[in-house]
Design a protein. Structure first.
Length: 262
C-alpha cells in the first residue's frame, strides 16, 4: 500500500523555522536550538526523499542551524586576547537568527492583515461610474467676459455722444385741480359722513401739494357760500368741517350757477 505525504508549502527557510517554533509552542527569543534543528533537518530530508526540489536557501539555513548546534554542544575554547579578528561565536549567530525571525513574523502578520482587507474589499460591489454632467449646475455666462475696463469706458463715451446728438423736446403738462371739482368732493364727503368730517379725511398718501392748496381754497369758497363752518378743538389739531344748519349741501345746480375762479 502506497503512502501519500502532503507537505505544507513554505515561502522560505524563515517561514519553515517560524512554523516549527509555533508548533513547539516555545518563545521565539528562547529557541531550543537542538530540537528545532533536528525537526528542520527531518523536514529537509523528507523533501529529498520525495524528490522535491530543495531550494539552496533551505540548505544554507540547515548548515547555519547545524553550525550553531555544534558550537553550542562543544566546550568553549579559552579566550585569547589577540588583535586579529575571530570567528563569530554561536550566541551571536543565534541572536542574529532570532532578530531575523522576529522581523519576519512582523512582516508576515502585516501581509496577512492586508490579505484579509483585500478579501473584504473583494466582497464589496460598487456601481459603475455614471456620467453626471447633465445634472451639473450651469454657471451663468458673464456678459462682459473678455472685455477690459478701457473697452467699457469707450462704450460709455459713445453712448454719451449719441445722447448729446439727440434733439429731445420735453413737454411738461400741468395737472390742474379744479376748485369746483374739489368743492363737489367736499360736499360728497360731508353727505357720506353725516354733515361733519375732519380735514385730513380729504387726503391720502398719494395726494399732492396742489391738491392740498386747492382743498383750502374749496373750503374758503364753501364758507363764503355759507355752506360750512370750520373750527379746531385746539392749536395744531385737525380742522373740523361742519355743514351749517339749514344749508343745502345736496344742491349741485346752485354750484353750477356760481362763478368760481380756478
Amino acid at each position: 500500500m502506497s503512502v501519500t505525504y502532503k507537505l505544507p508549502s513554505f515561502e522560505g527557510p524563515l517561514d519553515l523555522l517560524l512554523h516549527l517554533i509555533d508548533k513547539a509552542e516555545v518563545d521565539i527569543t528562547n529557541i531550543p536550538i537542538s530540537e528545532i534543528t533536528d525537526q528542520y533537518m527531518e523536514y529537509v530530508s523528507l523533501m529529498e526523499e520525495l524528490e522535491l526540489e530543495v531550494a539552496s536557501e533551505f540548505l544554507v539555513m540547515a548548515a547555519t542551524l547545524l553550525s550553531i548546534k555544534s558550537k553550542m554542544l562543544l566546550p568553549k575554547p579559552p579566550v585569547i586576547d589577540l588583535d586579529l579578528d575571530y570567528e563569530e561565536n554561536a550566541e551571536d549567530t543565534l541572536e542574529e537568527l532570532v532578530h531575523k525571525l522576529i522581523e519576519y513574523r512582523k512582516y508576515k502578520s502585516i501581509a496577512e492583515h492586508l490579505r484579509d482587507k483585500e478579501l473584504e474589499q473583494s466582497l464589496v460591489y460598487s456601481r459603475e461610474p455614471v456620467d453626471l454632467s447633465p445634472y451639473a449646475v450651469e454657471e451663468p455666462r458673464n456678459p462682459v467676459e473678455g472685455l477690459e475696463t478701457f473697452d467699457l469706458l469707450l462704450a460709455f463715451q459713445k453712448a454719451l455722444r449719441r445722447v448729446a446728438n439727440r434733439n429731445v423736446v420735453a413737454k411738461i403738462r400741468r395737472d390742474e385741480v379744479s376748485i369746483k371739482d374739489r368743492i363737489r368732493d367736499v360736499l360728497r364727503y360731508l353727505r357720506m359722513e353725516g354733515g361733519r368730517l375732519l380735514f385730513s379725511r380729504l387726503f391720502d398718501e398719494s395726494s399732492t401739494r396742489d391738491e392740498l392748496v386747492v382743498s383750502f381754497l374749496a373750503l374758503l369758497e364753501l364758507m363764503k357760500m355759507k355752506k360750512i363752518t370750520c373750527y379746531q378743538h385746539g392749536r395744531f389739531e385737525d380742522i373740523v368741517i361742519q355743514a351749517k344748519e339749514g344749508a343745502n349741501i345736496d344742491d349741485e345746480e346752485e354750484l353750477e350757477r356760481m362763478e368760481i375762479d380756478h
